[in-house]
Design a protein around this ligand. Structure first.
Ligand code: ATP
Length: 239
């Protein structure tokens, strides 16, 4: 049984059919990447999983149970945590306060484990440690992205949904973000990753799916898709 399974999922915005019969699965412990052009339906897929959008038809299970009727806030409590595109950190709060907010679902907020988890976020992202008392809104784009990931980890997710974590970042930050994604996964967090940066996304994916206009057109191990000439032509800027 996979941790997350979508079967023949359709989602629309009014008359715009954004997802057309999406079937995919995410195994516990894996990194699964979704790649595809702008408008292919990647963000829509993420929002459907996190509960921000409802299915028109199809099925979706998490840990073997129907997820479609579970409210979005309860999905967070069940371990599904999304880091949205565009980050969405709290600009008026300090780095430390933002991390605190990420742990709002936990009952152990005064415990040593909670502060240990905060320190772990600083180990992943040393730049945040230096800026722990700085307000989020004054951080650079890359630092805000790090904070958004650190904040999501404070909820102790079982399934982390990362939407375009490398978007708009300088190259040195991109490498760091992907390195940390692999580290987080090695510590046992399952990851569903949406990326425009297809080479990186396929490079670290155990399994990957290609979306085109709301449909899955290819799937396979990341390394297999990375080596495929048609994928290279279409998505990897290799000719
Ligand atoms: P991008 O990389 O540009 O974010 P994406 O693969 O994430 O692309 P989606 O954002 O999921 O694509 O969009 C899928 C389709 O749904 C597109 O045709 C898009 O125009 C449409 N769409 C997305 N959001 C809305 C919305 N709020 N209202 C109407 N149509 C929408």
């Amino acid at each position: 049984m996979s941790l997350l399974e979508l079967h023949d999922v359709n989602v629309a915005y009014g008359r715009i059919q954004a997802l057309r019969g999406i079937t995919l699965s995410v195994e516990e412990g894996q990194i699964v990447s979704l790649i595809g052009a702008n408008g292919a339906g990647k963000t829509t897929t993420m929002k459907t999983i996190s509960g921000l959008l409802a299915l028109q038809s199809g099925s979706m299970t998490y840990d073997g149970k129907d997820l479609t009727k579970v409210r979005a806030d309860l999905r967070v409590r069940q371990g599904i945590c999304q880091v949205p595109e565009g980050r969405g950190i709290f600009p008026g709060m300090t780095v430390l306060e933002n991390l605190d907010m990420g742990g709002f679902v936990r009952s152990d907020r005064r415990s040593k484990e909670f502060s240990d988890d905060q320190e772990r976020a600083f180990t992943y992202f040393p730049r945040l440690a230096e800026r722990r008392n700085q307000v989020g809104g004054t951080l650079s784009g890359g630092e805000q992205q790090m904070l958004a990931i650190g904040r999501a980890l404070m909820a102790r997710p079982r399934l982390l949904l990362l939407d375009e974590p490398s978007m708009g970042l300088a190259p040195q930050f991109i490498q760091q973000i992907f390195r940390v994604i692999e580290e987080i996964n090695k510590e046992g967090v399952t990851i569903l990753l949406v990326e425009q940066n297809a080479t990186q996304a396929l490079g670290l994916a155990h399994q990957a799916y290609v979306l085109e206009t709301g449909e899955v057109t290819r799937s396979g191990p990341g390394s297999e898709l990375l080596a495929d000439p048609t994928i290279q032509d279409a998505y990897l800027g290799v000719s």
